[in-house]
Design a binder for this molecule. Structure first.
Ligand SMILES: Cc1cc2nc3c(=O)[nH]c(=O)nc-3n(C[C@H](O)[C@H](O)[C@H](O)COP(=O)(O)O)c2cc1C
Length: 324
């Protein structure tokens, strides 16, 4: 399938794997890229820029297809050495960067001079327009359904995507809630040029996470995620578990007075315990409503192939039959 996104990134299928903390290692990115999508290494999961350089080198050994690196610009207190991470990306010959969080504006010149294509993840049309204005090549439009940080506007993709289509000139992908070929076709119909998936790619054979995480996704329904950290204006969609219950209790108890320190034990440094050790109640971890559509753990190739087959079948049969 050819779209503006496949053309922009030089990939076979319009399917991107979004950056995911402690999931987006070289094995994940290479598996998605080898399947014809765009795999993305999560930059800040690597403790230092030198570690990111190694991870990029490992990924080059596993695939000769294009892959990208996610750079998440964190809110406030944390301040990783972004210029050095970008240097590792440039020196590693990576030509695609997925940015997220705060605006990538101050690093755009650096990335553009190196010939890097930038896709910025946004949860609102106004942020997407700003990203377009500062020179981003594409946008990942992240709806309310998404795993991770859906922002504070709570607009689901059924509205957000056609709104983005009304306003944007650069290509965009639908992100949040996507897991099958029906949804890929729907995203294309709503004006997107492809999809970005997080949660769905965790339940794949190659995802370098503990089997407990994959089992939890297969077991979960669309009712099993919830939002935390809204009072901190850092809303995150996570899978419900004991740690999340404790966070919600504290949010009820402390109301607007809650500080990040009040929930540090449940949110800081918990990803390795969950993703590598499989201790599922160790803390809050991002998970999208699409968990309700995840019923198996295929390889990335099987997942991408089945999505593309389903999408093509729908376009060629079901939709064609409706055309008058
Ligand atoms: C476990 C997990 C970790 C994530 N970590 C990051 C991250 O570090 N940076 C980022 O930009 N997005 C992160 N995301 C968001 C994904 O890149 C993607 O935008 C999102 O998962 C899309 O929604 P979906 O899960 O419904 O497919 C994460 C998502 C999940 C599920």
């Amino acid at each position: 399938m050819k779209t503006r996104i496949t053309e922009l990134f030089g990939i076979e299928h319009p399917i991107i794997q979004g950056g995911m903390h402690h999931v987006g290692y070289a094995e994940m990115a290479a598996a998605v890229s080898n399947a014809g999508g765009l795999g993305i290494i999560t930059g800040l999961t690597q403790p230092t820029p030198a570690d990111l350089a190694n991870e990029i080198a490992r990924c080059h050994e596993m695939t000769d297809k294009p892959f990208g690196v996610n750079l998440t610009f964190l809110p406030g207190f944390a301040n990783p050495p972004y210029p050095e991470y970008i240097e590792a990306i440039i020196n590693g010959g990576v030509k695609i960067v997925e940015t997220a969080g705060r605006s990538p504006e101050q690093y755009m010149d650096l990335m553009k001079q190196a010939g890097i294509k930038v896709i910025h993840k946004c949860t609102s049309v106004r942020h997407a327009l700003k990203a377009e204005r500062i020179g981003c090549d594409a946008i990942s439009v992240d709806g309310f359904e998404c795993g991770g940080h859906p922002g504070e506007d709570d607009i689901p993709n059924m509205i957000l995507l056609p709104r983005a289509a009304e306003e944007l000139t650069v290509p965009f992908v639908a992100s949040g809630g996507i897991g099958n070929g029906k949804q890929l076709v729907a995203a294309l119909a709503l004006g997107a040029d492809g999809v970005n998936m997080g949660t769905r790619f965790i339940a794949t054979k190659e995802a370098p996470v503990h089997q407990n995480v994959k089992d939890a996704l297969v077991a979960a329904s669309e009712l099993d995620t919830t939002l935390i950290m809204r009072p901190l204006r850092n809303t995150e969609r996570v899978l419900k578990n004991a740690a999340v219950e404790r966070i919600i209790e504290k949010e009820k108890e402390l109301g607007d007075k809650i500080q990040i320190n009040d929930i540090m034990g449940e949110v800081a440094g918990v990803y390795p315990k969950i993703m590598s050790e499989g201790t599922m109640d160790a803390g809050a971890w991002s998970c999208g409503m699409v968990a309700g559509l995840i019923h198996d753990v295929p390889s990335c190739q099987e997942l991408v192939d089945s999505m593309m087959k389903e999408a093509n079948d729908i376009i060629n049969a079901r939709l064609k039959a409706f055309a008058s």
